[in-house]
Ligand binder design. Structure first.
Ligand code: 13P
Length: 263
């Protein structure tokens, strides 16, 4: 199996980093470098308050914008929350199910499922993050945990995973911000299992399912992940804040695309 036909996605999750000014400068730098990587999709997930100024900075470039989170209700008395309709004017994507939302802010699979429905209804593309904890990995529960996260988050009546532009981000919790990663073979094995599960659920080819890897991706290790047949890009945290490093990761994804192209 290979996801060779898919356009890789390299996404930058800035988390709660950068001032608006720093974010705009970083976005400008990403745009300049992204020009050299025409065969990949680049998505920035800045903090909410950066979205409009960063959108202005991106202008008519191909770099896409996404929000790091959103609420499942469309409006109402939800102090501190942001709705799909608020982000939709500038965002093509929304990141849902990130491990920090699940583990620090106690988001449940059910809450994430409600957000998925709302995002699909709003026409947003979803980057759905899933991943097992260290303990779950040690217990040999990785696939069971991921399958539970996927089966709850993705409604059975979703017409299509691929048409809705849903990307699955496999981010093992123990690899996030730790400098520790799965081996590329392990990441491939798990990503292939995710693709197969999604293909079965949505009656599509496993090759059509876009899975990206996230968790301590760096300029040095990116190539070993993005070249895996079932991995179509990366969701990058810390390294996305350093333009040279992020550029190297975009480059790795661009090369993987070139290498995969059938002559
Ligand atoms: P790091 O790349 O800093 O490990 O973060 C990964 C992540 O959480 C991206 O969403």
């Amino acid at each position: 199996m290979t996801a060779a036909g898919l356009r890789p996605v390299v996404a930058a999750n800035w988390k709660m980093h950068t001032t608006v000014e720093e974010g705009c400068l970083l976005a400008r730098d990403v745009c300049e470098r992204a020009d050299k990587h025409p065969d990949i999709d680049v998505v920035l997930f800045p903090p909410f308050v950066h979205l409009w100024p960063v959108a202005d900075m991106l202008g008519a470039t191909d770099v896409e914008l996404g929000a790091q989170n959103m609420h499942w209700e469309t409006s109402g008395a939800f102090t501190g929350e942001i709705s799909a309709s608020m982000i939709a004017p500038v965002c093509r994507y929304v990141l849902l199910g990130h491990s920090e939302r699940r583990h620090v802010f106690h988001e449940t699979d059910d809450m994430i499922a409600r957000k998925v429905r709302t995002a699909v209804a709003a026409g947003l593309r979803i980057m759905l993050a899933i991943g097992e904890t260290e303990q779950e990995r040690r217990n040999g529960e990785t696939i069971a945990v991921l399958t539970r996260q996927l089966s709850t988050a993705l409604p059975v009546d979703l017409p299509s995973l691929t048409q809705e532009g849903i990307v699955i981000a496999y981010e093992p919790v123990w690899a996030i911000g730790t400098g520790v990663t799965p081996t590329p073979d392990d990441a491939e094995r798990v990503s292939a299992a995710i693709s197969l599960w999604c293909a079965d659920r949505f009656a599509c080819q496993p090759e059509a399912v876009k899975v990206v890897y996230g968790g301590s991706v760096t300029a040095e290790n990116a190539v070993s992940f993005v070249r895996q047949p079932s991995i179509s890009g990366a969701l990058v945290g810390g390294a996305s804040l350093r333009i040279d490093e992020f550029d190297a990761i975009m480059h790795a994804a661009q090369e993987s695309r070139t290498l995969r192209e059938v002559p």
